[in-house]
Design a protein around this ligand. Sequence first.
Ligand code: 48H
Length: 261
Amino acid sequence: MIKESEITRAILSTSVEEFLDNLEVDVVIAGAGPSGLTCARYAALQGKKVVIFERRLSLGGGMIGGGMMFPRIVVQKQASLILKEINVKLKEYNEQYFTADSVEAISKMGAAAIDAGVRIYPAIVVEDLVIREQDRVSGAVINWSAVQTAGMHVDPLVVMSEYVVDATGHECDLARTLERKNPDVKLTTSTGKIIGEKSMWADQGEDRIVSNTKEVYPGLVLTGMAVNAVFGVPRMGAIFGGMLISGKRAAELMLMTNEAG
Ligand code: 48H
């Protein structure tokens, strides 16, 4: 006989046990879009303990919708290798571009991140950062997205980490929160402040997203569209190679800095 209370006990006891095991990790990533999932997988493959908090109930951010909801993405050759590694079916469009099904790509990116050891928590928002130890971001302040949506006053919980990654897309939510709550902070942009995303110029956008994937403040790494939003880089539309390469680069950067330190 199925006992309802036993189902509840199974969910609560295993979730809490699992959550307790993730209170101190190497990397917290805010956002399970293409850049966050890619960053998470590469960091976990190198042995890092990685959790993703995703505000929505679903993975994929802006990638599932492909281009104007035609569910296909375009990637350049270099980025196609990242998708090939996880068995996403690619169609060679011409010498420069491959296309893929956006739903397949994001589903496999989510599965591959989980297989690499990443823990993904849906419906949890990173609403603030822990800043201490010589002005370093040292953890993420989290809450249920539903609490935020309802505008309720419920105090948050905290997960401590070596790095926090802002993979929140166009909003660059973590960088914005950092700046709003700590007006004296100086980011590693040319002005020390968030510059704001620029209008479409795909070639520039794809190039500069990669070169600007960096630690924008000690302990806070940017990846994906958050890079463009913070560093004043143009958007690029429905070409996703830059998101994937930026995610991989963000992971490499955290590993390099760690080894040097
Ligand atoms: C937890 C959060 C929070 C938070 C937001 O938008 P995304 O897909 O971001 P990227 O950078 O991986 O990919 C960008 C791409 O999808 C895109 O928009 C492109 C290529 N645009 C080009 C153009 O010209 O427009 O995913 C971000 C994710 C979303 O799932 C949000 O729900 C989530 O982050 N999120 N999660 N805590 N504070 N804020």
